[in-house]
Design a protein around this ligand. Structure first.
Ligand SMILES: [Fe+2]
Length: 260
């Protein structure tokens, strides 16, 4: 079992600990963000997915003898990238930041060293230590959103939450793309073991009032309200979480106007 950092006020929890991989999860910040640390047990190399706090994860790795050498970004919204610069500063010049090139379409200007270039709804390989993952371009929430799949895990960012999907009305988002993405992801998820684990980018309350931070693939495919609506136009159009009437939607409208 992994030894997490007992000195932290809010230590991460162990999601998975096998012969090959350790996975840690922590909810950080006021927006219910979930961060995930993947560690290759053989090489002790680690990657942080969507770091909210760079120092927090370097402290965890230093305490456990792991080398935090890279960050993988599911997408470039601020709450998924807030800790990237600090993680890079602490990690030094060899620290790698992976993000899909299509995130530039929504104005991402933050640090990045490695660009994913796969077409929408296709994939490419990415490694941490000796662990192979597949990075799938899953647009809709943002133009270059990535879902990482491998080793019994689906890291779905803001593309696919446990009970629903992410909103599509922010700048660079598209409900039509999101529907195509969910069809693409459903095809892939049905080929995985039903006991594989989905790890989303936020920990949100489900309709039954529970607040899980992970869910097995089988349960998600049978219960996720966005997945269940993708084959029916009326059901899809009636989903109330694809767009919201709030200040972020207003900002996106202004950005679209400026760019039209
Ligand atoms: Fe987001």
């Amino acid at each position: 079992m992994a030894c997490v950092n007992p000195m932290l006020n809010h230590p991460p929890k162990v999601v998975l600990d096998t012969e090959e991989i350790i996975v840690l999860q922590a909810q950080l910040g006021e927006w219910a963000n979930l961060n995930h640390l993947l560690i290759c047990k053989k090489t002790k190399d680690a990657v942080i997915v969507d770091p909210f706090d760079g120092k927090y994860w370097h402290d965890v790795c230093n305490k456990n003898g792991w080398s935090l050498g890279s960050a993988w970004l599911t997408h470039s919204h601020w709450d998924h990238t807030k800790g990237v610069e600090e993680a890079q500063q602490i990690g030094g010049e060899n620290f790698k930041i992976y993000v899909h090139q299509n995130e530039m379409q929504r104005g991402w200007q933050g640090p990045h060293t490695n660009l994913f270039t796969c077409a929408e709804m296709s994939s490419e390989k990415v490694m941490v230590g000796q662990l192979n993952f597949t990075a799938h371009c899953t647009p809709g929430h943002t133009p270059g959103h990535i879902t990482f799949i491998g080793h019994g895990l689906v890291l779905s960012g803001d593309c696919l939450f446990l009970g629903r999907c992410g909103r599509c009305d922010l700048f660079g988002g598209s409900a039509n793309k999101q529907r195509q993405t969910l069809r693409y992801l459903r095809e892939i998820l049905t080929t995985l073991n039903s006991s594989d684990i989905v790890l989303p980018g936020h920990q949100y309350v489900l309709q039954d009032g529970t607040l899980p931070s992970m869910m097995d693939v089988g349960t998600l495919l049978l219960s996720n309200s966005a997945i269940l609506a993708i084959d029916d136009d009326q059901a899809w159009d009636s989903l109330d979480f694809l767009a919201f009437d709030d200040s972020m939607a207003e900002k996106a409208k202004r950005q679209r106007t400026r760019n039209s």
